[in-house]
Structures are given as structure tokens and as C-alpha cells.
Unconditional design. Structure first.
Length: 401
């Protein structure tokens, strides 16, 4: 079953969810908008469905097929000048042009870069940060949205311990592609998320304590923060998250799920924080890459704290892919903590009015890094309210509001 591919109908449903729901913050694209669709060549069939769906919706598709298995040779041959090359005029013009972006993950070899020095990977990533900053600014101004989806590959299925067909079934189920009208299903999930988010944002939470066998963490929520989720960024996305004041994060957390990042595997991660800074970052696998990541600019700070309610998620198997694993259900739901970049939509107010110094003063972190570490072990999350009142907001894998 190494050549299994979903039916044309399933791919069309997937494309409709990504184009007509996920983009434009759950509302879908508008006629005349430009949509860049970026996917590895392995996901060409989904690229065709995306192109056709954008066209039927009155938009302008820009299809970019990325060749697979090129990266290893690139990093082997590229010198520092080539690693830091930044085609400014080209990327600025593209950032100005596109209204939306759909990215499809399709790892033909998830361990392609394990022989590459981590510093080279980080240098290349950092050199592209201005482009991401331009898109972030456009997003904050309400003029750009994005989403991510997943294409199954035999290598990813093998890492997850599933056949290719079973791996696809996880994707199909998680994204409601087994339903005749998956968009209506996503709208229901979003409504449930918004009900929880409304209750969370109503509470005057000052701190949260995360307690469990694998964690003892205290997180300062920060001034003018809000919890968000269900905006269409990422399909699937069952999580509810915030970007806390990085300066008020202390304690430790152990992450029992592996992640595959930058062509490498990182597993058995333990993070310890003091006064907002990661002071210890250990991994049973991938230590060199983890060290390089944390040492990069502002990656030793927390950018996101997230919880998934097991009642919402349809994912019941680890997928060896952060996009899905950060949304997994199971007995205890999941919790993930991201090092690096904060999300500006977690600001409670008009983000367009803030400048870089304001974000810094509020404790929103800016970094080229943003990597989620995932725990599916049991935890209790306690909100500390004014007058030191405490209220359990999450326990046994579900919100208790």
C-alpha cells in the first residue's frame, strides 16, 4: 500500500476546506484574491485540487511545486554566502502581491538533514526572517491569512507505525473529509472552541500553574492577552492557545512525544526555565539540533502555551508531524509549549496600533524560531485569579469551565 492515494472526491473536499474555510479566518477566499499554494512535488495531486478550487472561487492561484530531496545537497554544497542569500526584491514583490498562502507538508524523507550541521540549517532559516516579518505585518493589518495541511508519505506513515492507507485515514478523519460537508463540521468545532475561549477570556487570569508528573510550570499570562483558536490557521486545529509574557515563565516540563523538525528527529525533550529563559534544554535524540535552536536569537524564550480538549479532536494516533500531534486527543488531550516567536493575535486590542517597542514591552517574543514541543501525559492547569484565588481550568484532558 505504499502507493495509496485518496480518491479525487476526498482531495476536492480537502481543497475546499483549505480554500473556502481556512483562509480569510474561517470565511474562505473572496473573488479576485491571490492565493499562493506551496507544496512538495509529492503532493502534486492536492496542488491540482487547490488550483481548481481557487479558480472556481474566483481567485488567482499561484502554484509552487517544491522539488523533494534537494535539501541535503543544498546544505552540503552551500557556503555561508549562499546560505544567507536573500532575494529581497523578489520576496518583497511576492509579499506585496499575495493575499493568502496555503502550505502543504509532505516529507518524503523526514530525516533528510540529520547529517547536516545544525548551525547551517539555523543560518539559512534566520536569513529568511525578513520575508516572514513582511507577511506577519500584513497579517496583523488584516490583509493576509495562511493555513497548513498535510499530505501523507510512506516515510511519515512508517515513522508513525501506520500503513500509508491508515495514515491517510487519520488525515481524512481529522479534517472531516469523511463527511459530505466538512466545512460545516469545522464551523461546529470553531463554535465550540469559541465558547471555551469566551469563558477563558472572561476570567481575569494572572498566572497559570501547570502541574503533573511531567511538569511543574508557572506562566504569567501578561497584560492585554487573550486566548485564541479555530481561526483557520492550520487544518486540523483543535487547540486553544495564548502567547504569554515570556518574562514570567518558570519551572520545567518533560515532553513525551517526538517531533520531526528541520529534517531531524528530536525526542525525550526536557526544558527548564528561570525568569523566562530556557536554562536547560535536553533531548535523548537530536541534542545538537535542540542546542542550536535554543541558542539562536530569542529562541530561549516561550512564544506559545497551548491545550487541546480531547472532546474536540478527532486525532487518536501520533502522526510524527507537529501539525497533527499538537492537536492529538487521547486520554489526557495534549499540551504543547513553543520556544521562540509569539503570536500577535493573542493581543487583546488593536494590534495595528502597536510598534515593535510596544510588543517588546508587553513581553511578546520575536524570533525566527517557533517550534512546538508536545506532551500527552496527564496534567492539571490552574488559573490564579486576583486575590490569589485559584480555579482549575483544565483537567484529565479537557477544559473544566
Amino acid at each position: 500500500m505504499s502507493h495509496y492515494q485518496p480518491s479525487k472526491q476526498i482531495l476536492q473536499r480537502y481543497a475546499r476546506v483549505l480554500v473556502n474555510y481556512a483562509l480569510n479566518s474561517g470565511k474562505g477566499i473572496k473573488p479576485g484574491e491571490v492565493v499562493e499554494c506551496v507544496m512538495p512535488d509529492a503532493a502534486k495531486a492536492l496542488g491540482l485540487a487547490l488550483q481548481n478550487t481557487v479558480l472556481k472561487s474566483g481567485g488567482h492561484p499561484l502554484i509552487r511545486l517544491v522539488p523533494t530531496l534537494f535539501d541535503k545537497d543544498f546544505f552540503r554544497l552551500a557556503d555561508e554566502r549562499q546560505l544567507t542569500f536573500f532575494p529581497e526584491k523578489y520576496l518583497q514583490a511576492k509579499a506585496d502581491l499575495i493575499d493568502h498562502q496555503i502550505g502543504i507538508i509532505a516529507d518524503v524523507n523526514p530525516l533528510e538533514l540529520q547529517s547536516v550541521r545544525p548551525q547551517k540549517i539555523i543560518l539559512k532559516r534566520d536569513s529568511q526572517k525578513p520575508y516572514r516579518d513582511w507577511l506577519d505585518e500584513k497579517e496583523t493589518a488584516g490583509k493576509f491569512t495562511w493555513t497548513l495541511g498535510l499530505w501523507a508519505t510512506p516515510a511519515k506513515a512508517k515513522l508513525a507505525g501506520l500503513s500509508l492507507r491508515a495514515y491517510w485515514q487519520q488525515i481524512i478523519k481529522a479534517c472531516f473529509l469523511d463527511k459530505a460537508d466538512p466545512i460545516s463540521q469545522w464551523q461546529k468545532v470553531s463554535q465550540l472552541q469559541q465558547e471555551i475561549i469566551k469563558k477563558l477570556n472572561f476570567l481575569p487570569i494572572q498566572l497559570i500553574k501547570v502541574k503533573g508528573q511531567d511538569t511543574d510550570l508557572t506562566i504569567k499570562i501578561g497584560e492585554n492577552r487573550q486566548w485564541v483558536g479555530g481561526s483557520g490557521r492550520n487544518i486540523p486545529s483543535f487547540e486553544i492557545f495564548t502567547s504569554p509574557d515570556w518574562r514570567g515563565v518558570s519551572g520545567w516540563m518533560r515532553f513525551n512525544e517526538p517531533i520531526f523538525r528541520y529534517g531531524n528527529k528530536i525526542s525525550g525533550v526536557y526544558l527548564e526555565l528561570k525568569h523566562g529563559l530556557v536554562v536547560k534544554a535536553q533531548a535523548k535524540t537530536g541534542q545538537k539540533l535542540l542546542t542550536a535552536m535554543v541558542k539562536s536569537k530569542n529562541a530561549d524564550k516561550i512564544g506559545e502555551f497551548s491545550l487541546t480538549d480531547k472532546r474536540l479532536s478527532r486525532i487518536n494516533h501520533i502522526m510524527a508531524e507537529i501539525l497533527f500531534d499538537e492537536n492529538i486527543s487521547g486520554q489526557y488531550g495534549n499540551c504543547h509549549l513553543a520556544i521562540g516567536k509569539s503570536y500577535k493575535d493573542c493581543y487583546r486590542g488593536d494590534a495595528k496600533q502597536l510598534i515593535a517597542k510596544d510588543w517588546e514591552d508587553l513581553g511578546f517574543n520575536d524570533s525566527a524560531e517557533h517550534t512546538d514541543f508536545i506532551s500527552t501525559s496527564d496534567r492539571t492547569v490552574i488559573a490564579v485569579l486576583p486575590n490569589h484565588q485559584e480555579k482549575i481550568i483544565y483537567q484529565h484532558g479537557r477544559f473544566t469551565l
